[in-house]
Design a protein around this ligand. Structure first.
Ligand code: KIV
Length: 283
């Protein structure tokens, strides 16, 4: 993408021109800045926040206030990337009116460019209403972590012909409802390929193989910063935890040994001022 703000039109153009889209998560200013500096097209302030930043067991407990706080923080570091704000569990499930209200809050108070929500054909009406209100929506189908317990756990979806066909129907329904793009999570590569070809809008995969229009990962997973588990679809590009730990332990040791702070980290006072001070203290 060129060095300018990415829009939903650029995202569509990427698929039309056969360019793969890149998307990563960020939840605060430094990571927003780094992901943006790396030239990633789309930054997702995802509700994975609950697990990788807040230390919760899942995403269900994440609130609108948590999302607004973190979208606003990440946004301060982002210049170009399209910013996606994730709608937390139960912020769009109870009524269409509430869904529009909450999507609007993520945009107005958090500052995201678009919102994302989980669900297939059952949420088409809600998505259509949010889009009509002027808020672009990214869909999320396949493994939907907010409703993982209803799916029987964090399991690959669309493994039999009937559920794969349903996923393709979901994708078509979300496209018809006005989604500008879809996230497709934990689905066999061949099913993802058929699905991505069945819709015009870009399909961004996570655990959906290489034949989709782009890829998304949780940044803390690819950096090796999240300690609890590594999903099969994650490639760890580094083990940043050990780098950080080494630096923290070096600091601990240097403070204990009196090595830090050295002269270059300390402030000086003139000899004259020091002499006056000592005199005034009667030394
Ligand atoms: O919240 C999140 O980070 C997500 C990704 C897994 C796509 O929804």
């Amino acid at each position: 993408m060129p060095d300018k703000k990415v829009t939903v039109l650029d995202v569509q153009q990427a698929k039309d021109e056969g360019r793969k889209l890149t998307m990563l998560t960020a939840y605060d200013y430094p990571f927003g800045q780094l992901v943006d500096l790396a030239g990633i097209d789309i930054v997702l302030v995802g509700d994975s926040l609950g697990m990788v930043v807040m230390g919760l067991d899942g995403t269900v407990e994440v609130t609108m206030e948590d999302m607004i706080h973190h979208i606003a923080a990440a946004k301060r570091g982002i210049k170009n990337a399209l910013i996606v704000g994730d709608m937390p569990f139960m912020s769009y499930n109870t009524s269409i009116r509430e869904a529009i209200h909450n999507a609007g809050r993520l945009m107005k108070e958090g500052g995201c460019d678009v919102v994302k929500l989980e669900g297939g054909v059952d949420f088409a009406e809600t998505i259509e209403a949010i889009v009509k209100a002027g808020i672009p929506v990214q869909g999320h189908i396949g493994l939907t972590p907010q409703t993982a317990s209803a799916l029987g756990g964090f399991k690959t979806q669309g493994r039999d012909a009937e559920s794969a066909r349903q996923l393709i129907e979901d994708a078509k329904a979300l496209e018809a409802a006005g989604c500008f793009s879809l996230i497709l999570e934990a689905v066999p590569s061949e099913v993802a390929k058929i699905l991505a070809q069945a819709v015009r809008i870009p399909v961004i995969g996570i655990g959906a193989g290489p034949h989709v229009d782009g890829q998304v990962l949780v940044t803390h997973d690819l950096l090796g910063l999240f300690d609890k588990f590594v999903p099969k679809f994650v490639k760890q590009y580094t083990q940043i935890r050990s780098v950080i730990l080494e630096a923290l332990e070096a600091y601990r040791d240097e403070v204990r040994e009196g090595v830090f702070p050295a002269a270059e980290h300390s402030f000086a006072i003139s000899e004259q001022a020091l002499a006056e001070l000592k005199k005034s203290l009667g030394e």
